[in-house]
Design a protein around this ligand. Sequence first.
Ligand code: DX5
Ligand code: ZN
Length: 216
Amino acid sequence: MLIAPSLLSCDFSRFGEEIKRMDEAGADYMHLDVMDGHFVPNITFGAPVMKYVRSFSDKVFDVHLMISEPLKYIDDFCDAGADIITFHIESDSDAVKTIEKIKSRNVKAGLVIKPKTPAQSVFPYLDMIDMVLVMTVEPGFGGQSFMADMLPKAEALKAEINKRNLDVIIEADGGIGEKNIADCAKAGVDVAVAGTAVFKADDPKKAIALLKEKCK
Ligand code: DX5
Ligand code: ZN
């Protein structure tokens, strides 16, 4: 299991140092939650801020766009140093055009599904993308409770990906911690996003190691 700390739970007055701290604690990806106050009822940061913190770690920048019109901003996030960009299938942008735009910049592309969206909604795009992100909370805020009933969606995606022999990884996001990460692993999740579980821990390095250990 790869661990992607969600920087949404960091001390934003020290954004760069927090990324460095996660890098040193053993994070595999840096999960960056971009919210526009329109697609979700919360606002975080955009590409200009991301550009400033890019130099604090060489790890994968996994950018989760919770915005209404992702297609408009793909170039900005690619210029700012994104390695993976995921956007919501429920957004207003055309999915194929947005995927093609991301791929044209040599950045990995992924689709995100909210809790009420079925796994099958991304099946038509699986051969074009690198990742599917299954939300295990309603997007918008950190610190919410994990929705275990989302795991069958990860299982269905894994089965479809394997059946079609595709190279697509599954990420889960929201409420993940030591009590449920093993269930995520069993359901086929490859990357677990963890905000609260890592940032509220006394020792993030131990927290990340424990999350990985639980999946063995
Ligand atoms: C929610 C975000 C998540 C969230 C994870 O909209 O996409 O990345 O912040 O934080 P925790 O682990 O606290 O649920
Ligand atoms: Zn996220």
